[in-house]
Design a protein around this ligand. Sequence first.
Ligand code: AN0
Ligand code: CP
Length: 316
Amino acid sequence: MKHFLSYHDVTDLNQLITSGIVAKRNPFGDQELGKNKTICLLFFNSSLRTRISTQKAAQNLGLNVIVMNVGQDGWGLEMEDGVIMNGNNAEHVKEAAAVIGSYCDLIGIRSFATLTDREKDYAEIVFQQFKKYAQVPIVNLESATRHPLQSLADCITIEEFKLKERPKVVLTWLPHFKPLPQAVANSFCEWMNHANVELVVTHPEGYDLSPEFVGNGQVIYDQDKALEGADFVYGKNWSSFNSYGQVLNTDPSWMITESKMALTDNGKFMHCLPLRRNMKVADEVLDGPRSLVIEQAANREWSAQAALREILINLE
Ligand code: AN0
Ligand code: CP
């Protein structure tokens, strides 16, 4: 694996999941792999889990780690080619990426969707520009359209907790008053399409995700019907893809409660976090035995370690 930008960079999903589980049992088994190499983690947006787990995973592999909040500490970066730079951005990504690439062996980037221009967001301009000009492997720490380190941690978590060979996994939209990106939901669908699961996606009308991500997932607009017999309920809010970036619905009946979970086959609840309690998910679910959210977040360290390990092996 050269870059880790999406599922398309993965050659063998089962092997990557196993690598994460092996790292969890023996975190320091590959300490020599990153020795005398440096990873720079660039954050254009807030983070708790991605920031700490990726840093920890890199350290487990012996890498030196530099973390930078580009949005706050660095110069504002211009991403488009050929523009007259008379606005707020003091530096062009052409120079910035090349300079960071000259200091570092790998670059991780978090850059969310703007939710204002669908074409630009889905073209992943920030990642394309860094890939082109940094000339070192790029790791996606959540881009405009995807969050593959989260999806890999989700695959590891499902592998650990599944009781059936082919569990039913339901991705459900949750109510929220602010517009959130589609990245986590897109990516989850993309990865689940390649895992041994039955994928069902449920959301109100107007919240359909891009078909390229839903793939073979079955879309059911009735949440109660979708939840029937589920082994895993994966909650997430996202804003509309078709009415791009808009909040069309905040219907509180879409919140996950114990009575919703009672429709499942003793299902487990998953969410990437952060989440707003009693808006998206009721306390009774999060504080009860069905919730896997902490285990899932803990697995972010092992998904990052599996992905970084694969890139480091290919660097040699
Ligand atoms: C982000 C999102 O929905 O993409 C990050 C999730 C990992 N969430 C928020 O902005 C609340
Ligand atoms: N799940 C996740 O990526 O969390 P952070 O936004 O805190 O990194």
